[in-house]
Ligand binder design. Structure first.
Ligand code: 13P
Length: 345
């Protein structure tokens, strides 16, 4: 095997090698890239998108190798949806999601014991571990993303059931409030008083995203004063007080669409991950675009060009030792919950 000094190469050489390998692998390799990735990765994307869009394309691709550039739970979704003979990789397996880490299966099961199983349907945000998705699949539940949470809450309520929502308290409250549901309660692994819990329409897990909790109403006030003409659009993982004083919310794809569809000269202040906001700014030079505050997802940022090159070299060498693995038992149950989302949205 040829020795390649990847660390000693210039960025241009690394990019050149990535291009060569991608060209040699052709349609055998497919690279979905989340909007929060760095430009150095986005340039190689076969498709960019939000969590829902990337789940859909991962389910459909015929490629033998999926190199998912995002965080681990996204690569896990691709693994769960892809046929068993495909190989799924992420260039850095330690690109985790602190929001997903808020809900361990043991803690969730402890709370579930206290809920009336005939009444409650669990919905987990995609930003969760595969075991939590499997728990939902096993209990008539489903997965949601930021772009379809309201629709899927409505599906549960329309079936005269109640929602047990995991693991994002902000998305849970923002969605409940948008639907006019005021009788929610918040739980986590430390909850010991379950009195009255079965009278609630929505029970929400107390996790949150460190990237989005950074944004405050003071940031909104600052920009209202500095840029009174600007529309403030934030991701629904932001805290409810920030969402209330903003003009709009949207998934990453929703934010992108709102900005791109606005006329030249439009002014936007955006409350979500900085890599994405900076790229929107470069791609829309005829508009004013500013981040509500600088907030970088360090996990998304772990995916770098050299790690991508190493992954592609391993694939060419037939070394699948680093592929993403989800047990068949968890996969089968989690697939039910993800497919239910894909069918309903
Ligand atoms: P989107 O589904 O909006 O892309 O969000 C994914 C995410 O992880 C936000 O923190």
């Amino acid at each position: 095997m040829e020795y390649i000094d990847i660390e000693g190469m210039s960025d241009e050489e690394v990019d050149g090698r990535i291009r060569e390998i991608k060209a040699r692998l052709g349609s055998r390799v497919f690279m979905p890239v989340h909007h929060y990735q760095r430009d150095e990765i986005v340039q190689f994307a076969d498709v960019t998108g939000d969590s829902l869009q990337l789940s859909r394309v991962s389910a459909k691709t015929d490629a033998e190798f999926i190199v998912f550039c995002g965080v681990y739970f996204m690569a896990e979704i691709a693994r769960i949806l892809a046929p068993p003979d495909k190989h799924v990789f992420i260039p850095d397996k330690y690109a985790g999601c602190p929001l997903a880490d808020y809900a361990s299966i043991d803690d969730v099961l402890k709370v579930w014991e206290h809920l009336d199983h005939d009444d409650f349907i669990p919905i987990t945000y995609a930003n969760s571990h595969a075991e939590i998705k499997a728990f939902c699949g096993e209990n008539n539940g489903l997965v949601c993303t930021s772009s379809n949470a309201a629709k899927l809450f409505n599906w549960v309520l329309g079936n005269l059931k109640k929602v047990f929502f995991l693991p994002d308290v902000n998305l849970g409250i923002n969605t409940s409030e948008a639907l006019g549901l005021k009788d929610y309660t918040i739980v986590d692994g430390s909850t010991s008083d379950f009195s009255g819990i079965n009278d609630k329409n929505v029970v929400i897990w107390n996790g949150n995203c460190p990237i989005h909790r950074v944004f405050t109403i003071d940031h909104v006030r600052y920009w209202r004063e500095k840029e009174p003409e600007a529309k403030i659009i934030v991701h629904p993982e932001c805290t409810p007080d920030v969402v209330k004083v903003s003009d709009m919310t949207g998934s990453t794809a929703g934010i992108k669409r709102a900005v791109e569809d606005s006329p030249a000269g439009s002014r936007w202040v955006i409350g979500t991950e900085l890599n994405f906001v900076e790229r929107l700014k470069r791609q829309n030079p005829d508009k004013f675009i500013a981040p509500l505050e600088d907030s970088i997802c360090m996990n998304m940022s772990k995916i770098r060009r050299r790690k991508l090159l190493k992954t592609l070299i391993r694939i060419e060498n037939g070394d699948y030792s680093e592929e993403v693995v989800v047990s068949s038992e968890i996969s089968e149950k989690a697939r039910i919950a993800i497919n239910r989302m894909l069918e309903l949205s």
